[in-house]
Design a protein. Structure first.
Length: 375
């Protein structure tokens, strides 16, 4: 008698519903982000009376709920007001003016011909589609710093901003980034026209991470299918990655799949540790293509120290590198690595005798060493 290779999949495993651990999952409630939800909702509220929404700049470290909060509010708004259309674009994937305009057209059901069109032609197609559909769009540009690195980014934002002025269509823009100074990369004219309200997302505390993970795990796994120490360890790993809830949630999903593949009846700490080895912290994944040789050398030195004062780090850098840089340039490098959530800086901003700031790794040392392999 033939047995299907998928028969075992029908038997009860560890997962009750693994979709609760998917990156795109939006919970019914978002704990610990009530104030940010209120700010975003208040900024978009003018759309309900046919007014112009407030543009937003949302920033904070990876895994602090920026994306899921924005999508949560948009989902609620779309359900309440049928005319509102949220268009989410991840600029890690679509990072040029042409690519974003293509994606905007596609979101409104207007596929751009394969032969390709000039950006201005695609822009006109998008405006035409907005008029035909009669919708009020909210354009969410996630990982906005990836887009703004492209020279055409300011022109793209200028294109979107003038839609309201030229066509009386109330369009809102929501930029999301890990980097506080993202808007500083824009042309002054565009930054002024954007006039974005800034909303900050702070790191989750260890206790908040535990509560978030308990709720996700309760829905994703059968009650008796997960060992009690798993959640605490996942939260501790997320805390090592600067409170990155996404790392912990992805680790639970990967660990559950490993456990099922091994035929285990319970998800254990051993499975979770195996999952940790497979998952690269998001902050490192995003930053790695953009780190220069100086920043990589700083990270190599940091991997040799649990923590170090900034003055000592500068001396160590100068003794190892032929390419000299000033102390001010060095501070800028440290600040950038902190903005990228790879380093953690404690102490006063101003340098006093070179020893006022204590520098530490904000990501697991093993992951940074893996990143630097080959350099």
């Amino acid at each position: 008698m033939h047995h299907s290779i998928f028969e075992s999949a029908e038997a009860r495993g560890i997962f009750k519903d693994e979709r609760f651990l998917y990156p795109e999952y939006i919970p019914e409630k978002l704990p610990f982000r009530e104030s940010q939800i209120a700010e975003i909702a208040g900024s978009l509220k003018p759309l309900l009376r046919n007014g112009k929404p407030q543009n937003l700049f949302i920033f904070g470290p990876s895994g602090t709920g920026k994306t899921v909060t924005a999508r949560y509010v948009l989902r609620e708004l779309e359900e309440y007001a049928s005319k509102v259309k949220g268009i989410y674009i991840n600029c890690f994937e679509f990072h040029t003016r042409n690519a974003v305009l293509n994606k905007l057209c596609l979101a409104l059901g207007n596929a751009v011909p394969r032969r390709g069109l000039a950006s201005d032609e695609i822009y006109n197609e998008f405006v035409h589609a907005l008029k035909v559909k009669n919708v009020a769009p909210i354009v969410v540009l996630d990982e906005a710093d990836q887009l703004i690195r492209d020279k055409t980014a300011s022109q793209l934002l200028y294109d979107l901003l003038r839609i309201t002025e030229l066509h009386s269509i109330h369009l809102g823009i929501m930029l999301i980034s890990n980097i506080r100074d993202t808007l500083a990369m824009l042309d002054d004219r565009v930054r002024s026209s954007l006039s974005a309200l800034t909303i900050e997302f702070n790191q989750y505390t260890p206790e908040q991470l535990k509560q978030i993970l308990h709720e996700r795990a309760r829905n994703a796994f059968f009650e008796d299918a997960i060992e009690k120490d798993v959640i605490n360890l996942a939260a501790a790993q997320a805390a090592k990655c600067s409170g990155d809830a996404r790392i912990a949630i992805e680790s639970l999903l990967a660990a559950g799949r490993i456990a099922e593949k091994e035929g285990a009846k319970k998800l254990s700490v051993v499975h979770l540790k195996k999952a940790f080895e497979r998952i690269k912290p998001r902050a490192l994944e995003k930053a790695s293509p953009h780190l220069d040789s100086c920043e990589k050398e700083i990270l190599k030195i940091m991997c040799e120290h649990e923590k170090i004062f900034s003055g000592e780090l500068y001396k160590a850098y100068c003794s190892r590198c032929k390419q000299a840089i000033s102390e001010r340039s060095f501070r800028d490098k440290i600040n950038r690595l902190a903005e990228l959530n790879i380093l953690s800086v404690r102490g006063a901003t101003a340098e006093i005798r070179g020893r006022t700031r204590e520098i530490m790794l904000a990501q697991p040392k093993e992951a940074i060493i893996e990143l630097l392999k080959g350099d």
